[in-house]
Design a protein around this ligand. Structure first.
Ligand code: ATP
Ligand code: MG
Length: 241
């Protein structure tokens, strides 16, 4: 029998303009920072934006954006709080600072539950912050968010791109839409990622330079919007809209 949650999820996601899954396969390459700041940048441009932190074991968008003392409200589902213009949903609202050790089917179930209960309001963009790895969450995202486009992050490193390439090839093989690749934490210009984009027929969406001042801005929206990192991500947003 078909899981009845699937038709609820389809209904919940039906009217969203564009769903962007920020991934890359690798850990620690800036997926959470990029997802969070991209949501902010799109919202500042006047779009209705949602941000979904899909990293169930290590959610961090609330840390990046300094979101605290807010909670979803309940009305025929869960309405995510709007913070700095962005509708924000994360497992952290339910787990707080406790660990969330999930495996296999439990991960899929948690994702389905979140998607079933969350009522997004009239979104132009839903940005999904993906966990690292090419595993359960990736396959659930492909299955549950029909039509979601993948934005892949890579650093300038050949070692990092080796994993990003695996994800790229997999998505291409599965005919999953690929929005393009963003080069993050750039600190020198070797043209490697641009060349790889050409070679693998993926759009190059822009570059984000390593910003040594970013750590000092984490958790503070006003400081974040003054950083070079935010300006670089705003440039990426320009290439997406
Ligand atoms: N362009 C940048 N300049 C400076 N610091 C950055 C940049 N991009 C990311 N960082 C920093 O790198 C670290 C990792 O970033 P982030 O948590 O966004 O990566 P991630 O890919 O989401 O990691 P995970 O795989 O664990 O989810 C953080 O400390 C973040 O502030
Ligand atoms: Mg992350």
């Amino acid at each position: 029998m078909k899981d009845p949650r699937l038709s609820v999820i389809e209904k919940r996601l039906k009217n969203i303009g564009k769903i962007i899954a920020v991934s890359g396969g690798k850990g620690g390459i800036g997926k959470s920072v990029t997802s969070s700041l991209l949501s902010l940048a799109l919202s500042k441009k006047g779009y209705n934006v949602g941000l979904l932190d899909l990293d169930l074991t290590s959610p961090s968008d609330h840390v990046v954006l300094g979101i605290k003392d807010v909670a979803p409200t309940e009305k025929e589902g869960i309405i995510p709080p709007t913070v700095n213009g962005v509708q924000f949903m994360s497992v952290v609202f339910y787990t707080n600072e406790n660990p969330t050790p999930l495996r296999g089917e439990e991960v899929s179930n948690a994702i389905k539950e979140i998607l079933c209960i969350t009522r997004w309001n009239n979104l132009d963009f839903l940005i999904i912050d993906m966990p690292p790895g090419i595993g359960d969450e990736l396959f659930d995202t492909i299955e549950l968010f029909q039509g979601a486009e993948f934005l892949l992050l890579s650093t300038s490193s050949k070692i990092v791109f080796e994993t990003v390439k695996k994800l790229l090839l997999l998505l291409q093989e599965l005919n999953v839409p690929i929005l393009g690749i963003v080069e993050n934490m750039k600190h020198y210009d070797n043209g490697y990622i641009k060349n790889m984009c050409k070679k693998h027929h993926a759009p190059f969406l822009g570059e984000i330079w390593f910003d040594k001042n970013f750590e000092n801005a984490v958790g503070n929206i006003n400081k974040i919007m003054d950083t070079q990192l935010f300006k670089d991500i705003d440039g990426v947003a320009e290439n997406i809209v």
